[in-house]
Write a protein that binds this ligand. Structure first.
Ligand code: ZN
Length: 192
């Protein structure tokens, strides 16, 4: 806990809020200066400055809480839609340096303008492709736990059969590789 951090103080119940959800890791409460009634903040109880400082598991838990909170807000406020805002660092308009999500319920014609989103252009196709390639290199794949355990199960089954029947072992492996290749190619196309 950071002594001077207002969200740490809220998590420690040193500052009262109108809480709308709480569990071991997360607290959600009404923003005192709402963009619309019901506008809430969803905050990890531990102090992390930005989303990137959070361990992946905690970020996943936070996102689950955001979804549940958003469902509650939309239903309670009879909203027509909602926005999630998650700002990081001063350049990203983060006012309180403790990671958090805003959940803002939206109503048709509510006149709310959330920032002025500029929509520009890349210089040319090459610049866009270069930017995509540079980022793609650095994005770590999301680990799929179910898939991993299924594959390690398959691998151990295969090695059991390997000595008995070489053909059976080779076939599924090459099939699987092909599928992965197809997936990567599809992904490249989608990303391009
Ligand atoms: Zn804090």
């Amino acid at each position: 806990m950071e002594d001077k951090c207002i969200f740490c103080q809220i998590a420690a119940k040193q500052i009262p809020t109108n809480a709308i959800y709480e569990d071991d890791h997360v607290i959600a409460f009404l923003d005192i200066r709402p963009s619309n009634p019901g506008h809430s903040l969803v905050v990890p109880k531990k102090h992390y400055e930005t989303l990137l400082d959070m361990p992946e598991e905690e970020a996943v838990h936070l996102m689950k809480a955001v979804k549940h909170v958003a469902e509650g807000i939309v239903t309670a406020m009879n909203a027509d839609g909602f926005n999630l805002l998650q700002n990081n660092k001063e350049a990203g308009y983060q006012l309180i340096p403790h990671s958090h999500f805003h959940v803002v319920p939206r109503f048709k014609n509510d006149g709310l303008q959330l920032g002025n989103i500029r929509q520009g252009n890349y210089k040319d196709e090459k610049e866009m492709k270069d930017v995509a390639a540079k980022i793609r290199e650095l994005v770590k794949p999301v680990k799929d736990k179910e898939k991993e355990s299924r594959e390690s199960r398959e691998r151990s089954e295969q090695s059991e059969h390997a000595e008995k029947d070489e053909k059976k072992e080779k076939k599924p492996r090459s099939r699987r590789l092909k599928k992965e290749d197809e997936f990567l190619i599809r992904r490249e196309v989608e990303l391009a």
